[in-house]
Design a protein around this ligand. Structure first.
Ligand code: TXE
Length: 481
């Protein structure tokens, strides 16, 4: 059976423990490969390689680092087919989605930060009268840790690694143990692109073992993490006494606010996507849909009709819209929220059932599920479900919908549908979230700040924000006569 090895100091290697985890193919519910079960010993080995590589890598010119990152970007593109197949197999997402979104975006991450670093400048402040000139040096931090989740595996792994490397850091990274395959394949691509040994080290294994070893390593000075809010809390608690720099991208329970004056057809088709893309397993999915009362009944009918058309099936069939959920425990968690919705007085307007796919009977498939549930404060409307499940409810006024939208502990993104410019401004400013999409969804320009407020995280990634995170600013003040 295929073994997913660590990639340390430019070489693939087995974990020190000799232990392996099972890696499941969610579309079949079968173990199909083995994952290195790494411990603090492997993390230490990775750290040492990164530490040794740091002086040389941090002293390369921005152009040299840029060139290497652009080569990695091109190689990801050249291997798009193989990587997309690996992603669909490992995660359960439709192959068409992996080909159109995940892998192209992984390539864009390297390409974008390869270019961005050549334009990254710092400020100078001249104090005329005091005869001083201040300038800011932005220096790489050293060895940094990047930890990523399973929903957009290579996409989010590279979203962290690319800016960290561009800024001149060396990296110890860990992908999710649920979807490690494309991160494993990235090692080989980096070698082919000529990334020097030790600059990027990839350690596989569980959160409590390898992940915890990265976070608690005293000399890994910054941690960029995307994952669950509970894990983020734990990481913050571990890292705070060591004063590590932290970037935490956590969960969401995002509102989708639909006003009667919107472009209805466009809203309807995008709302199907923002609800169920990637089986609803995107932290940016709009899982709470609020619809203005005058169009509520029409929306309900049309939305259900559109969602009925979605095909749940094998990720490798071209017409599949919704693949498998990522794991059995996750499927069970999502199903438990559907049961809870019924207990909380919800009405299932569509879906709610596990699906048996012919030829893949043990796969983790679930119908896209629409629940009408009017209490905006019930658990189903407050807790992150992270699956193909949305709730819908009507509202009458802006004030009312803002109150409901902002009632959750999360604050990652929000979507607003209206053609009224005044309302766009008023509502965007009052929504408690790091991102507001107006008349669109998941529209990403990589230069923009990305991140959440409240329990959705701390810090921003994207563009120069990411390069700022992965550097330390130093003020040099020169007095002249
Ligand atoms: O995330 P975890 P999981 C949400 C979603 C999901 C829940 C749990 O609600 O149901 O989180 O998903 C590593 N020290 N999101 O269990 O556990 C872990 O190995 C260091 C939202 O996958 O947070 C993995 O690499 N690392 C999210 C990564 O953290 C630790 C996307 C994420 O795992 C660790 C995914 C520890 N103590 C899930 N424990 C989003 N916002 O996009 C775990 N890890």
């Amino acid at each position: 059976m295929k073994k997913i090895l660590n990639y340390i100091n430019g070489e693939y290697c087995e974990p020190f423990s000799g232990d392996w985890l099972d890696n499941y193919n969610p579309s079949k519910g079968e173990v199909y490969s083995k994952i290195a079960f790494s411990s603090s010993v492997d993390v230490e080995k990775a750290y040492k390689a990164a530490k040794e590589a740091f002086p040389s890598w941090s002293n390369t010119t921005a152009e040299e680092r840029s060139n290497t990152l652009l080569k990695i970007a091109s190689l990801i593109e050249e291997n798009l087919e193989e990587l997309a197949i690996a992603e669909a197999l490992d995660n359960g997402k439709p192959l068409s989605l992996a080909k159109a979104v995940d892998i192209p975006r992984a390539s864009s991450n390297f390409r974008f930060f390869g270019h961005a670093i050549t334009q990254f400048a710092s400020e100078a402040h001249e104090s005329v009268g005091l005869n001083t000139m201040n300038f800011t040096i932005r220096q790489p931090i050293g060895v940094v840790g990047c930890i990523s989740p399973w929903n957009l595996p290579l996409y989010l792994f590279t979203w962290k690694i690319a800016p960290a490397l561009a800024a001149g850091n060396t990296v110890v990274a860990k992908p999710s143990e649920i979807t490690p395959m494309t991160a494993y394949l990235l090692g080989d691509i980096c070698t082919k692109a000529g990334l020097p040994k030790g600059v990027l080290n990839i350690v596989h294994g569980t959160g409590p073992s390898a992940g915890q070893a990265i976070v608690s390593h005293p000399d890994i000075k910054a941690i960029s993490f995307t994952g669950g809010t509970k894990t983020g809390e734990h990481i913050a608690r571990t890292a705070a006494p060591m004063f590590k720099k932290l970037s935490l991208e956590l969960g969401g329970k995002n509102p989708n606010l639909i006003f009667a004056d919107c472009n209805y057809d466009k809203m309807l088709s995008v709302t199907v996507r923002s609800s169920f893309a990637n089986q609803g397993q995107i932290c940016l999915c709009g899982s709470r849909i609020f619809v203005e009362k005058s169009i509520y009944e029409k929306f309900k009918t049309d939305f259900v009709a559109k969602v009925k058309e979605l095909k749940v099936g094998n990720p490798f069939e071209a017409d599949t819209n919704i693949g498998a959920l990522v794991s059995k425990p996750h499927l069970e968690k999502v199903k438990s929220y559907i049961d809870l919705a019924k207990e909380e007085g919800g009405k299932i307007l569509f879906g709610g059932n596990q699906v048996t796919v012919e030829g893949s009977e043990n796969g983790y498939y679930l119908e896209p599920t629409i629940i009408e549930i009017l209490d905006y404060q019930c658990r189903v409307n407050q807790e992150e479900i992270f699956g193909p499940v949305v709730t819908i409810m009507p509202f009458e006024t802006e004030e009312e919908v803002l109150k409901m939208a902002n009632s959750v502990k999360y604050g990652l993104s929000a979507t607003l549908w209206t053609s009224n410019l005044d309302r766009t401004m008023r509502v965007s400013k009052q929504l408690e979230s790091g991102i507001v999409w107006v008349n669109t969804w998941l529209n990403r320009d990589l230069r923009t700040p990305f991140g959440g407020i409240k329990s959705s995280g701390v810090g921003r990634e994207g563009g120069f924000e990411a390069l700022k995170f992965f550097t330390e600013a130093k003020n040099v003040c020169i007095k002249y006569d």
